[in-house]
Design a binder for this molecule. Sequence first.
Ligand SMILES: NC(=O)c1ccc[n+]([C@@H]2O[C@H](COP(=O)([O-])OP(=O)(O)OC[C@H]3O[C@@H](n4cnc5c(N)ncnc54)[C@H](O)[C@@H]3O)[C@@H](O)[C@H]2O)c1
Ligand SMILES: [Fe+2]
Length: 376
Amino acid sequence: MQRFRVATTIYYGLDSLALLKQLAGCRVLVVTDAFMATTDLMAQVRQSLAGAEVRVFDRVEPNPSIDLISTGFGVLLEFEPQAIVALGGGSPIDTAKAVYKIAIEQGRRPDRGFIVIPTTSGSGSEVTSFSVITDLKNHTKLPLTSEDMLPDIAILDPEAVRTAPAKITADTGMDACSHALEAYVATGASDFSDAMAEKAAHLIFEWLPRAFADGSDLIARERMHNASCLAGLAFENAGLGIVHSLSHALGGSFGAPHGRLNAMLLPHVLEFNCGTLGFSPSALSPVARRYARLATRIEVNAGTDRARVVGLIAAVRRLNATLGMPKRITELGVDRRSYLTAVPTLAHTALADFCTAGNPVPVDAAILEKLLLKVA
Ligand SMILES: NC(=O)c1ccc[n+]([C@@H]2O[C@H](COP(=O)([O-])OP(=O)(O)OC[C@H]3O[C@@H](n4cnc5c(N)ncnc54)[C@H](O)[C@@H]3O)[C@@H](O)[C@H]2O)c1
Ligand SMILES: [Fe+2]
């Protein structure tokens, strides 16, 4: 018996922030970062929460750490909120999820629920049971997982992403792209997750370049916001793969943006997972055949399955180029020599990562080292 779960109620489209008015009369803890706390969006959130008693925890930083979670939980203990609202990208959302989980464990579940307002179109964290926390001591990212962390409500308002700068649009968009492409071939993939992953990929290839070129294009923002959420639903149920395992290891050590690392790794992992793309169509691996099918969904309609897979990987490289994504880790300011020294440790960290089990092709540390060297 298998299961496909959609636990979060999704409100989408312009003006969906107004839903917050239902929290009038409650104590509401808003979890966000210092920048988002100063924005017009935060002012709109405050306006919608005018009838509520609001406390803002705005100390979230990119790649939230274990210490940050305990500070956040301290605020929760003191304020005793009846609802938690997470406002921001994956970092504030994951922080709020981890704080919410501890509150439940301690018998302090806020009874009016957990609402998430993503302000980037990328992590899909508004509909997943994951929270990615950085372990600063061991230089790695820990994907915590618990269905307790599934938000009750996600509000997908395109206005919330309108102000995201082009670079963040690109990074987060490629995170969503990696979610769709990894979930599509992950070990837990099903007809249900395929439906979400295919639609997400279709939307991302069509609308991410437009959202990147003109952040005020609210139609592009809306389609990317929907795509990111669909990709989140796909990987929540299907799993991910080694793009994420490698990216978590690199992010934990070098602190680079998660989506940018994924973008850099994605074409290499696609090539590896597809296996040898010889000229005989019958020689294609099952993963390559699946990607050939996905290629048609993003309008890569070359004649043979092999040509379609090659076309899909080329399309990912073109998208990366359009978005100005790096090809090598050194372009992110990492010293090449230190990187080469770190590769064996990074490979072991990635091998132990939670996402490795979802990869459709089994890997070992030597394979992961080779992949890490491709971006040296
Ligand atoms: N839980 C999951 O399922 C999951 C999945 C993928 C990634 N993640 C995690 O999410 C984190 C990355 O999240 P992210 O990429 O969304 O970025 P983020 O939350 O780290 O934000 C990055 C920057 O963008 C700014 N920003 C966010 N929204 C903005 C807006 N609308 N306008 C202007 N600036 C804005 C923030 O202030 C911040 O400076 C990583 O820690 C990653 O590991 C989690
Ligand atoms: Fe991700």
